[in-house]
Design a protein around this ligand. Structure first.
Ligand SMILES: *Cc1c(COP(=O)(O)O)cnc(C)c1O
Length: 402
């Protein structure tokens, strides 16, 4: 590593809070599936900023939208209308089949907003006694880092030392339909769940689980809130991961790739009932729905669809998965995932995923270890067959120690 890069890392360490432990690589440029470090070394990005750059780094059309809009109008607050918000609503509603949209910025804010709206819906529409609303969530969930959210996390690292936490949440094991049914009570207003648990290591529920969840929610008048902040917008080979399950959520949360990595833009998408309970002054965000953010989001959605990225995710995901499954390695316990949301879980005896990610970095592939033994693989959805095959050669070399 050059002294320049080492200096940047040292300064970050000295001045920044140590809430991340990045790989020792300092990036300064990105294009499509590739990023470059300060020394000019090229890497294939197999993380995509946790699936925020599904459209590839610095997509020219999204960049154009950003530049154009930034010269016109960037922020009005919602005290006034802006001419980008209505077309954004129309386009995202048509694409996702939603009736109401609430724009926010980060994913965590979308989650918090949904919790607020669903609780209010519970009191005003379902008739739950004030202060008694319960939301069911899953073990190993990841919905963000705010106090409200970490309060119902089951990860001690995310929770410990940050209490006291808000009540009103009940945790059930992900994928366990009997546990979900048992947890439902008269005051249950919502079930908040990830279609595939990304941060937990790309964990999938058993076939049919979500269909039964949908039935129970409909029968018991419970709002089904799918957190598609990571699984959504093409990542799993469909626009939304719910399509694999043949269900429709009442509330869908999107973020991350909603801006293609240019700007924090998230949204709560819902039927008209749930978001319909919010009245002026009851919720808001200075930057939520700002013209720059939504102009970027409009372009990000447009290229996702027009450039066939969702279909490519399905095809390249299948190719990647097949290639990974073909690697003859005695450290690999399981390969799983859907579309380009993939994971390789290693046996505990392999000594953790981090050294493998470091070895991959040396070979020009940036992937992220998650929960000690799992390597997560989520390249931008614009990846080509040749790039998948090249990546597979590097995974093969690292996983077989050749
Ligand atoms: C990343 C993520 C969030 C939080 O998004 P932020 O923009 O980091 O606040 C919430 N839910 C899921 C499933 C995520 O992957």
């Amino acid at each position: 590593m050059t002294t320049e890069a080492a200096d940047l890392i040292r300064t970050e360490h000295a001045l920044g809070a140590h809430n991340y432990k990045p790989l020792d690589v300092v990036l300064s440029r990105g294009e499509g599936v590739h990023v470059w470090d300060t020394e000019g070394n090229r890497y294939l990005d197999c993380l995509s900023a946790y699936s925020a750059v599904n459209q590839g780094h610095c997509h020219p059309k999204i960049r154009e939208a950003l530049i154009e809009q930034s010269a016109k109008l960037t922020l009005t607050s919602r005290a006034f209308h802006n001419d980008q918000l209505a077309p954004f609503y129309e386009e995202i509603a048509a694409l996702t089949g939603s009736h109401k949209v609430l724009p926010m910025n980060s994913g965590a804010e979308a989650v918090e907003s949904a919790v607020k709206a669903v609780r209010k819906w519970g009191y005003e529409v379902k008739g739950v006694p004030e202060g008694k609303a319960e939301i069911i969530v899953c073990s190993n969930n990841f919905h963000g880092r705010t106090l409200g959210i970490v309060g119902f996390s089951t990860d001690p690292v995310a929770r410990t030392g940050f209490g006291p936490f808000a009540p009103g949440f009940r945790v059930v094991p992900h994928g366990d339909i009997a546990a979900f049914r048992d947890a439902v009570g008269p005051n249950t207003v919502g079930f908040l769940v990830e279609p595939i648990q990304g941060e937990a290591g790309v964990l999938m529920a058993p076939e049919g689980y979500f269909r039964e969840v949908r039935e129970i929610c409909t029968e018991m008048n419970i709002t089904l809130i799918l957190d598609e902040i990571q699984t959504g917008l093409g990542r799993t080979g469909r626009l939304l991961a719910e399509e694999h399950e043949g269900i429709e959520a009442d509330v869908t949360l999107v973020g991350k790739a909603l801006s293609g990595g240019f700007y924090p833009v998230s949204a709560v998408l819902s039927n008209s009932e749930v978001l319909g309970v919010l009245k002026p002054g009851e919720h808001g965000s200075t930057f939520g729905g700002n013209p720059l953010g939504v102009a970027v989001a409009r372009a990000a959605l447009k290229v996702l669809v027009e450039e066939g990225m969702i279909e490519n995710s399905e095809k390249m995901g299948a190719r990647f998965m097949e290639g990974l499954k073909g690697i003859r390695s005695n450290v690999v316990k399981e390969v799983r995932g859907r579309g380009l949301m993939l994971a390789v879980e290693l046996f505990p005896e392999a000594g953790g995923a981090r050294p493998y990610c470091e070895a991959l970095k040396e070979r020009g592939v940036l992937a992220k270890d998650t929960h000690d033994h799992t390597i997560r693989i989520a390249p931008p959805l614009v990846i080509t067959p040749e790039q998948v095959d090249w990546a597979l050669e590097q995974f093969d070399a690292v996983l077989t120690g050749s």
